[in-house]
Each structure stands twice: as structure tokens, then as C-alpha cells.
Write a protein that binds this ligand. Structure first.
Ligand code: ADP
Ligand code: ASP
Ligand code: MG
Length: 418
């Protein structure tokens, strides 16, 4: 008998009927003879609602209190799912992050898990319980409640699977697996039966929010076989995510995603002297602000310009830092552009295959889509475009790289609140 970790996202526990449906999926796994640990998200759009509520109270909520507030969402769903499992005659117990001992760094709103205590989990399993654990939350060694960032329940589930050396971690959601792009944008897009950790990680990082990037990172690090599957079609195995060494054939492009959560900042006419970039990005790093794309123009008249992108949530802090450091970072002008989207193609098969970037640029040009910035890594090419063009760009790229299918993907959830 092995341990299976199951995770149910917000849509899968959005109302009492769906909670009973999730309970049936849990019991099905239990009846297969496995020990089951379940991780759940907050019901439906609860987390969005709680964030909205806090912003109605104050425009600058304290990050510790935000974590205190947001962690309540998952506490509701663990209790309700446990009751549903018990009502079907099975032994079950709910646990929050603190009760389990999901230890994180001392950072609010985007903490990383550093350790998971397994003693209580193992004891409850030995006592014959199905355990239902609150996702998205942890606790610092000092006892402070933290959260892992939006979508973080996926990471809670994979980290628990790794800690318990589970056989598999199943992520139950409102689509039937991992598709080559978001099926809400391209309904007739191919679904992957199997995809490598490496490709999934890049896709998650560039905006495929079907999985939290750190969940894939953790699965890869600890070699946890991961499945993304539908909570509404329990017999369908969905998509399996495994190590690259187990895969042989690659398409040049496995997936496409758009990230609309970034903003671009342009600093014009900076002095072209050594140390400018170090000062600029050093100041941002010191304040925990991650920079994604960077482009620097060729110098002329002893000046050059630097443009970079940051998360939209970090825009105000970034502008404040630039203002505070203006005696060192001497730009003539600071311009921001919020209407941007980063569209990326990802595929392990593009390594050593020239021409993929040119195909991407041509496909965008044929739709008259202007590229504002470009960045590449070994298995990814990203283009910054106008936000208004992002859906059309994704559709054009799906066509260009043969990622369309005859079938229409089934998406059960409501549109996420954006
Ligand atoms: P959950 O609440 O179950 O965690 P999420 O909303 O976080 O669900 O993730 C599922 C959603 O991810 C889908 O409804 C789909 O719109 C979106 N998505 C984005 N990219 C992809 C992709 N490549 N494959 C499947 N779903 C995707
Ligand atoms: N409830 C959290 C969110 O909505 C975590 C999760 O669902 O994974 O982001
Ligand atoms: Mg999610």
C-alpha cells in the first residue's frame, strides 16, 4: 500500500456538491488500497474575495495580517471536505499548515517551504485516517503564519508528497490535463499525455497557471511523479509530468503561454559608465524585487537606455526605489507601460534546432503584432507584445507550431477573476 497525495483546486471544492464530488475521488483512491493525503485550496474565488475585502479596509494592508486573513480560506475547505469524507463512512481528519508543521521562510505572501514535519501525518495515517491538509499556508519557526503565493496549494501538495515519499501526486483541477496552451484561449488545442518537468517548469514560469512553478520545481527536485487531471472526469488520467530522461520524442514547441502580470519600465539616457546596471538592479534585488526581461540600448553620446519588466504588484515599490536612488541612477526620464504581455513558446525540442525563433517572429509579423522586447533561454523564446495582441499571438503560434487539435477541451470552472 503506497501513499497518494491528491490536491483539489478552488473550482473543485467551490460548493457543497463539488466538495462531495472531491470526497468521492478521495475515497476511490482509498478503495484502491492506498493511504491518502489530500491538499485543498480555498473554495471557489474565496482568496480573491478576501483580498478585495482587505483592500476595501485599507489600500496598503500589512503583509502579516494579509497572510492571517488569506490562510482562513483553506481552513474552511479542509473542514468541509473532511466532513464530507466522514459522512461517507471513512475515517478522516483535517490539519492546517501549523498543525502539520509546514515550515517556511519568514517572508509574508510568497514564502518558500523549507521543511515539512512528517511525524503527525504518519501517525494519523497509521491510525487509518485520510488526512486533509490546508494548502497555500505554512508557519515560520517562530510560529508566524505565512502563505506561499497565489496558486501555492500545488506546491503544498508536491512538497508533502516529497516529504512522505508518496507514489504520486495528483493535481485535480477544472481542465482535463496540461494543454499546449490555455484551453480558455484556444479551445481546440492539443492535450499532452506526458510532458517533462523541464518543459512544464518553463511553461508554469511564463504564465501557464495550471501549476504553481515551485510545485514543478519541487517535483523535479524530488522526482515526484505528478499528474494534472480533471476532478469532474475521474477515470481520465490527464497529463503525466515526469523526468526528461524518460522521454524520447520532442516536438520543437511543447507549449505556449502568456504572462499579463508584468509591467515594463524604461529608464532613458542613463550615463554609459561602469556600474550603472549594477546600481540599478542591485537596489531592486536588495528590496526583493525580481526583474524578468532586460534590454539595454547601444550607447551614443555617452548615454544609453535600459528597459526591464517587473511584476505589476512590484511597480509602486520599484518606482519608489528609483526615486530614492535618483542621485545614483540618473535617468532623464522614467516611463512605465502596463499594457504589455509576455508571450512565450517552450519546448525541449528547440535545442539545437535553428529557425524556431524566426518562425515565431514571422508568425507574429503576419498578424501585424509588434515585438517590444525579446528574451531567450535554452528551451524558451519570449516576446513582449501589447496586451491587446496577446490572445491573437497565442492563436497564431498554436497554428504555426501545429498545436491545434480536432477536439475541443473541456473547461469546467468559471473564468478566474482577473
Ligand atoms: P485550480 O483552482 O484547480 O488550482 P487554476 O485556475 O489554478 O485551477 O488552474 C487551472 C486553469 O489553468 C485552467 O482552468 C486553465 O484556464 C488554466 N491554464 C493555463 N494554461 C494552461 C495549460 N497549458 N493547460 C491547462 N490549463 C491551463
Ligand atoms: N487559495 C490560494 C489562491 O487562490 C491558493 C491556491 O488556490 O492554490 O491563490
Ligand atoms: Mg491553481
Amino acid at each position: 500500500m503506497g501513499i497518494i497525495v491528491q490536491k483539489f483546486g478552488g473550482t473543485s471544492v467551490a460548493d457543497p456538491q463539488k466538495i462531495h464530488n472531491a470526497a468521492r475521488a478521495v475515497i476511490k483512491e482509498r478503495e484502491n488500497g492506498n493511504d491518502v493525503v489530500v491538499v485543498v485550496s480555498a473554495m471557489g474565488h474565496t482568496t480573491d474575495y478576501l483580498i478585495k475585502l482587505a483592500k476595501e479596509v485599507t489600500s496598503m494592508p500589512d503583509s502579516r495580517e494579509m497572510d492571517m486573513l488569506l490562510s482562513t480560506g483553506e481552513q474552511v475547505s479542509i473542514a468541509l471536505l473532511t466532513m464530507a469524507i466522514q459522512a461517507k463512512g471513512y475515517k478522516a481528519i483535517s490539519m492546517n499548515g501549523q498543525q502539520v508543521g509546514i515550515i517556511t521562510e519568514n517572508i509574508h505572501s510568497k514564502a518558500r517551504i523549507v521543511d515539512i514535519k512528517t511525524d503527525k501525518l504518519k501517525k494519523h495515517l497509521d491510525d487509518g485516517n485520510i488526512i486533509v491538509v490546508a494548502g497555500f499556508q505554512g508557519v515560520t519557526p517562530e510560529g508566524e503564519i505565512t502563505t506561499l503565493g497565489r496558486g501555492g496549494s500545488d506546491t503544498s501538495a508536491v512538497a508533502i508528497a516529497a516529504a512522505l515519499e508518496a507514489e504520486r501526486c495528483d493535481i485535480y483541477t477544472d481542465v482535463e490535463g496540461v494543454y499546449a496552451t490555455d484551453p480558455r484561449i484556444v479551445p481546440n488545442v492539443q492535450r499532452a499525455d506526458v510532458i517533462s518537468y523541464e518543459e512544464m517548469l518553463e511553461l508554469a514560469r511564463v504564465g501557464a497557471n495550471v501549476l504553481h512553478p515551485r510545485s514543478v520545481e519541487t517535483a523535479k527536485q524530488f522526482n515526484v511523479p505528478l499528474r494534472v487531471r480533471s476532478s469532474f472526469k475521474l477515470d481520465d488520467c490527464g497529463t503525466l509530468i515526469i523526468g526528461v530522461e524518460n522521454m524520447e520524442i520532442y516536438k520543437p514547441v511543447a507549449g505556449i503561454a502568456a504572462d499579463t502580470s508584468q509591467v515594463r519600465i524604461l529608464l532613458s539616457n542613463l550615463p554609459d559608465i561602469p556600474g550603472t546596471a549594477a546600481e540599478l538592479f542591485g537596489a531592486l534585488a536588495k528590496n526583493n524585487i525580481s526583474v524578468d526581461m532586460i534590454i539595454q540600448s547601444l550607447a551614443s553620446n555617452g548615454k544609453n537606455s535600459i528597459a526591464f519588466t517587473v511584476d505589476a504588484d512590484d511597480l509602486d515599490s520599484t518606482l519608489k526605489i528609483l526615486e530614492d536612488e535618483k542621485s545614483v541612477i540618473k535617468a532623464d526620464e522614467i516611463l512605465t507601460d502596463k499594457d504589455i504581455a509576455k508571450v512565450s513558446i517552450v519546448g525541449a525540442g528547440m535545442v539545437d534546432r535553428p529557425g524556431i525563433a524566426a518562425d515565431m517572429f514571422r508568425a507574429l509579423a503576419e498578424k501585424n503584432i509588434n515585438i517590444k522586447m525579446i528574451s531567450t533561454s535554452e528551451i524558451k523564446i519570449s516576446c513582449l507584445v501589447d496586451k491587446a495582441d496577446s490572445k491573437e499571438a497565442i492563436k497564431a503560434l498554436c497554428k504555426e507550431f501545429d498545436l491545434e487539435s480536432q477536439e475541443i477541451a473541456v473547461v469546467k470552472g468559471d473564468l478566474p477573476n482577473l
